[in-house]
Design a protein around this ligand. Structure first.
Ligand code: SAM
Length: 271
């Protein structure tokens, strides 16, 4: 874990919603985006990607091809994102694995094109990953990707804050999210899906510290205890991960129907 230092790298969603800020709001387009849109070819994996993904690299490359081909056609990823697919999206996503303990059950909220959930599942086969997404078109895409890559990953349709999601999904060791909502709102949605003693890991940009300070009351009210901001990578791949540890004490929000049940589809370690 690297000590904190501010940087200018914004996190981006891969979807066709257009570029987003850390809080999920749209980011004004810039000159560079327009220039890059002229060349939709996915870039080649960087040395950082080779190191992070190791033996999983061929399957991550296949995911990159799916994004650049059918993903682009189906509008789950914008063409301007393709040249920076590896550093801005795939490497950025894999970094979240650094704050996830071995053998954890993981719920990725608002997976969209499959980020960070798919690269994470590829890089960390010890994890039991569930992807949660409310939009039917994106759910269909995620199911396609999971089948094409032969992943042992569950895809669910729903919104994080819905009672039905809590009832059917239960609780997870770790909940991840990238470009879904501002920190306070995200914690309110996600913490009931985190088991007591587990954690929320949110991929954010340079706004991470400001969001944590601004939304401190919401994080506490949602059942958050200790909060860390972990910085990974450098330059274009700089990633800030806000880790909110859930207190062991169960809050009112955590005593609902899904409380106490571990995330479904957990891998059987005995076999
Ligand atoms: C900006 S996109 C980010 C997608 C992906 N995480 C990424 O980084 O490319 C936000 C995603 O969150 C989903 N989303 C929005 N509100 C949600 C909610 N309440 N619960 C779960 N997902 C939600 C949207 O459908 C969309 O796919």
């Amino acid at each position: 874990m690297t000590p904190e230092r501010p940087d200018r790298t914004p996190p981006r969603a891969a979807s066709d919603d257009g570029p987003t800020r850390a809080d999920g709001s749209p980011e004004p387009s810039d000159r560079r985006d327009t220039d890059l849109a002229d060349d939709p070819t996915p870039a080649e994996p960087t040395s950082e990607a080779e190191e992070l993904f190791g033996d999983a690299l061929p399957r991550v490359r296949r995911f990159a091809e799916l994004l650049a081909g059918p993903g682009r056609e189906q509008g789950v990823i914008g063409p301007r994102e393709l040249p920076r697919l590896w550093d801005r999206h795939l490497v950025n996503s894999a970094y979240v694995g650094r704050v996830i303990p071995a053998d954890s059950s993981v719920l990725d909220i608002g997976s969209g094109a499959g980020l960070p959930g798919v690269p994470l599942a590829l890089a960390r086969p010890d994890l039991t990953v569930t992807l949660l997404e409310p939009m039917a078109r994106r759910v269909a895409w995620l199911e396609e990707v999971v089948a094409a890559l032969g992943l042992d990953v569950t895809v669910r349709r729903g919104r994080a804050e819905e009672r039905e999601t809590r009832r059917t999904c239960g609780e997870f060791d770790v909940v991840t999210a990238r470009a879904v909502a501002p920190m306070g709102r995200l914690a309110t949605w996600a913490m009931p899906l985190v088991r007591p003693g587990g954690r929320l890991a949110a991929l954010k940009g340079a706004s991470a510290h400001d969001e944590v300070r601004r939304d401190a009351n919401d994080l506490r009210a949602a059942g958050g205890g200790e909060v860390e901001v972990v910085r990974c990578g450098a330059g274009d791949t700089t990633t800030h991960i806000v880790v909110v540890h859930r207190t062991e004490r169960r809050t009112a929000a955590g005593s609902g129907p899904g409380a106490g049940r571990r995330g479904r589809g957990r891998k059987d370690r005995s076999s």
